[in-house]
Design a protein around this ligand. Structure first.
Ligand code: SF4
Ligand code: SF4
Length: 80
């Protein structure tokens, strides 16, 4: 019996459905998440009198980079 041919491994092109939101009760508005986000998905919350940030769900890929740098545990919430 011949063995199966070596098929090329499919690239992992499936993007995650995870997105991140900011809990403003915990967030200290340091802006680090905005600096490190590779998708430029975090921006100041316009029309907000305090200097708060928000995540654009259309840009966020759920990569989790921002969570690794956030100094306020629980401020960034990753959800499906
Ligand atoms: S999960 Fe990734 S893409 Fe989404 S806001 Fe954080 S760093 Fe940006
Ligand atoms: S890194 Fe964390 S504490 Fe700083 S602005 Fe982003 S969510 Fe808020």
């Amino acid at each position: 019996m011949s063995s199966a041919p070596n098929l090329p491994t499919l690239a992992k092109s499936v993007t995650t459905a995870m997105t991140v939101t900011i809990n403003h009760a915990i967030c200290n508005a340091c802006g680090i998440c905005r600096e490190v986000c590779p998708e430029f998905a975090i921006h100041p919350k316009y029309l907000e009198i305090r200097h708060l940030y928000e995540v654009d769900p259309r840009r966020c890929t759920g990569c989790g980079e921002c969570l690794a740098y956030c100094p306020a545990p629980g401020a960034l919430i990753q959800s499906a």
